[in-house]
Structures are given as C-alpha cells and as structure tokens.
Design a protein around this ligand. Structure first.
Ligand code: HEC
Ligand code: HEC
Length: 163
C-alpha cells in the first residue's frame, strides 16, 4: 500500500513538473500577429464596427461578388428562412430598392435557369460579406485590373513590370 501511494505521489509530481517545464519552454515571443507568446492569453481586440456606407461599392473585377454595403446584424439566414431575399428577391426588389439577386443565382450548376434562387446560392454570406473598419493586419498589395492595365501601359513593353 505504502509503495502504491509513493508511486501515485511520484506520478503526480512528474506530471506537475512536466507542466512547469512546458511553461518554461514556451517559444520566445514570436513576431506574429497575436503579439504574444503561445501560452499567453492577450486581451481580445474590440470587434470592428461594420461600415454602413451609402451606396454600393465598386467591384475590383467583374466577377467579384459585390461586398455588402450595409450591416447584416441579426438577419436570419438559415435553412428555415433567408431574410436577405426579403429585400433582394425578384419580387421584393422594386419596393425595397435593393438590387435584385443576379440572374446567375437562378442557374444550377448545369446553367439551367430555375424559377427560384438556386440552392447553390442560398447561403448568401458564403460569397457576400459586409465590410468593417478594421485596420488590415498585413499590407494589401492587391491591384485592380485598371491599375494593372495602367502599369502595363506605363511600362510600355506590354509585358508588365518584373514584380
Ligand atoms: C431591409 C432590406 C435589405 C435586407 C434585409 C438585405 N439587404 Fe442587401 N441591400 C439592400 C439595399 C437597399 C441595397 C442597396 C444599397 C444602396 O444602393 O445604397 C443592398 C445592397 C446589397 C449588396 C450590394 C449589391 C451590389 O451590387 O453592390 C449586397 C451584396 C447585399 N445587399 C447583400 C445582402 C445580403 C447577403 C443580405 C442578407 C444577409 C442582405 N443584403 C439583406 C437592402 C437589404
Ligand atoms: C457562390 C457564391 C455566391 C452566393 C452563394 C451568392 N452570390 Fe450573389 N453574387 C455572386 C457573384 C460572383 C456575383 C457577381 C457576378 C454575378 O452576377 O454572378 C453576385 C452578384 C450579386 C448581386 C448583384 C446583382 C447585380 O445585378 O448587380 C446581388 C444583389 C447578390 N449577388 C445578392 C445575393 C444574395 C441576396 C444571395 C443569397 C440569396 C447571394 N447573392 C448568394 C456570388 C454569390
């Protein structure tokens, strides 16, 4: 019995020691976006506010799902109900002033046009997202197609820059 207790005590101590060792071997503060070591729990940054802009946003390229220029907080979007279609459906759009869902959203994957929005497109926020006023975590070097064309024209060789 005595040896059993000793074994258990030793086991407990070993586990505790392992815990302490793990704490000590935490990686030095990485140069990461969290700005703290792996075991640290930094305070969560405040949730960025949704920008409620006036008017629609320009698309960066023609096939881009347009970003949502309004808040969608509290809008129901699940298998029972799609509140987006309350305003964006074909029948609701003239009254609500919201642009009608694109004609492409009525096509199934074989490009067969359906009478209602295709199930492929039911969960709008798979592709459309509202924007927030959050500072970008990393620099964004995206160039719109107009900027790319302008750069190519300025380079003059039609091949574009080396970048
Ligand atoms: C109360 C009505 C209403 C509801 C509900 C609503 N919208 Fe809108 N939405 C609008 C209006 C109005 C505009 C146009 C804004 C403008 O022109 O200023 C718009 C614009 C948009 C646009 C921009 C379209 C473009 O071509 O730039 C997208 C995308 C969009 N909404 C998606 C959604 C999604 C997704 C939901 C559901 C989560 C939703 N909306 C719910 C009224 C609504
Ligand atoms: C699989 C991705 C995807 C889903 C899901 C989706 N969309 Fe779109 N949406 C797009 C793309 C891409 C475009 C732009 C190209 C086009 O018209 O197909 C677009 C365009 C739009 C436009 C602009 C139409 C116009 O004529 O300017 C509206 C409004 C819109 N979507 C609303 C919605 C709503 C509401 C839902 C949910 C019922 C939805 N979308 C679901 C990808 C998606």
């Amino acid at each position: 019995m005595k040896s059993f207790i000793t074994t258990v005590t030793l086991l407990v101590l070993t586990v505790l020691a392992m815990g302490v060792a793990a704490e000590k071997t935490d990686a030095p503060r990485p140069d990461g976006l969290r700005g703290a070591g792996y075991s640290a729990t930094p305070a969560a940054p405040p949730i960025a506010g949704v920008t409620d802009r006036k008017g629609r946003e320009e698309r960066n390229y023609p096939e881009q799902p347009p970003v949502i220029p309004h808040s969608i907080d509290g809008y129901q979007l699940d298998k029972r109900f799609n509140q987006c279609l309350d305003c964006h459906s074909r029948s609701a759009s003239p009254e609500s002033g919201a642009p009608m869902v694109s004609i492409t959203h009525f096509m199934d994957r074989n490009k067969q046009v359906l009478a209602a929005v295709s199930p492929d497109r039911y969960f709008c926020t798979q592709c459309h997202v509202p924007q927030t006023d959050a500072e970008p975590l990393v620099e964004n070097r995206f160039e719109t197609v107009d900027e790319v064309l302008r750069r190519l024209a300025e380079d003059g060789d039609g091949q574009g820059g080396a970048e």
